[in-house]
Design a binder for this molecule. Sequence first.
Ligand SMILES: [Zn+2]
Length: 444
Amino acid sequence: MSETNPTRPAGQVTGESEVAELCRDLIRIDTSNYGDGSGPGERAAAEYVAEKLAEFGLEPQIFESAKGRASTVARIAGEDPSRPALLIHGHTDVVPANADDWTHHPFAGEIADGCVWGRGAVDMKDMDAMTLAVVRDRLRTGRKPPRDIVLAFLADEEAGGVYGARHLVDKRPGLFEGVTEAIGEVGGFSFTVNENLRLYLVETAEKGMHWMRLTVDGTAGHGSMTNKDNAITELCEAVARLGRHEFPVRVTKSVRHFLDELSDALGVELDPEDMESTLARLGGIAKLIGATLRNTAQPTMLGAGYKVNVIPGQATAHVDGRFLPGFEDEFLAELDSVLGPRVRREDVHSDKAVETSFDGALVEAMQIALKAEDPIARAVPYCLSGGTDAKSFSELGIRCFGFAPLRLPPDLDFAGMFHGVDERVPVDGLTFGVRVLDRFIDAC
Ligand SMILES: [Zn+2]
């Protein structure tokens, strides 16, 4: 079973042998995050993780930012305490799931057809389980990491991390003392190009966000009369303009690097201005990549009026805006020019974009670990169109990478599983991840 420790006696528990069970245990703890604090399970998940770490001598701490909003943090002493520490972080909450839509109940943690099924199987109880499995195995066999490692299992990522990562970064920065680099979601998964090459996409950048409310004030009145200042008409025109607006292609460092690697791998020139044909070659991951070439602003909610014969004095809309690292000012200016002077724009929630370079010893450690377990592996950087807890940790000056290694079957729609129905992770993807993470820690 174990390839990392072939000398161990048969039947002994290893990281590989217990990772699927850890993943299913975590899935069975319903940690749905509804965004209002009503979710049932973050405390139970924090306790489960703490117990699994304490079993082999770590002293994890549980922090509650509000009732039930619990995160677990532990520090593992490394061989050389003078070196900067590495953070490995994962969130334990998940988005809700409607059981009727699923083949296997989303909180049953069924293992079927070679996969662990359930909400969180790829986002991101898989990585939580892999981290636990590797750490437990190293503690069990007395293998210290080369430097200190801080482990953080966090609440509330799915609603912006205010009660999880953001809370710890603001209130308990001392927990991350000496940490200079971090790995977490969303990256490390494979994209098979051909029988000679498998790319592993490592996240090095994230778009930032502006969730906005748009308001137009008009003149209220009777629906039977003429009205040249109808708030709904004005707002809808602006929203329609925005919805149809295409922001220009902007190639950031991470995207440039990704396209270069990809064009090298495919042996063709890729034109960022003609992404239709490029994306067509990428299969399922096109969804991940397509949105990282430009800023976007999608209208998502509309509100106005209360009676069919009353013209309301105000109309509102909500817009989900995402900007590329380095293009926030351009994004806002362009947005305002498309919306026009009648629209008042307010932020409901915003977060910054982050980007780090794809270089250095830690990246080298990823390449080495992947290559050792998959000879046709090549790690490449990419930009995530969404956001993760990396935004919070980057405020502490930490370089954040999305590296949760998974070798996936080429036909699995991995990107479609995030927040999707029938989320599942192959068991041999998990065991692969355990072996890669173990080697990665050796080399880190
Ligand atoms: Zn996630």
